[in-house]
Design a protein around this ligand. Structure first.
Ligand code: SF4
Length: 66
């Protein structure tokens, strides 16, 4: 078991939880996938009503939720 967590800067508090090796590997796999997408310059839009209505780029985005 290892610990991972968040550090809340405003509160200067840490919240740690234990994760299994399998959970750790799943997180690393997801991160590796994101890194590969960034390196390949692949940023597919994921329009969603609740996301797009608060997005600062909605007026410029051809993929915004209609
Ligand atoms: S408006 Fe475009 S950039 Fe903004 S959240 Fe929606 S799809 Fe993404």
């Amino acid at each position: 078991m290892r610990q991972v967590g968040h550090w809340y800067l405003r509160l200067d508090e840490e919240m740690m939880v234990e994760i299994s090796p399998e959970e750790r590997e799943a997180v690393l796999d997801r991160a590796r996938g994101i890194i590969r997408s960034v390196e390949a310059m692949e940023f597919p839009a994921t329009p969603d009503y609740n996301t797009c209505r608060f997005c600062d780029y909605a007026d410029l985005c051809d993929d915004r939720y209609q």
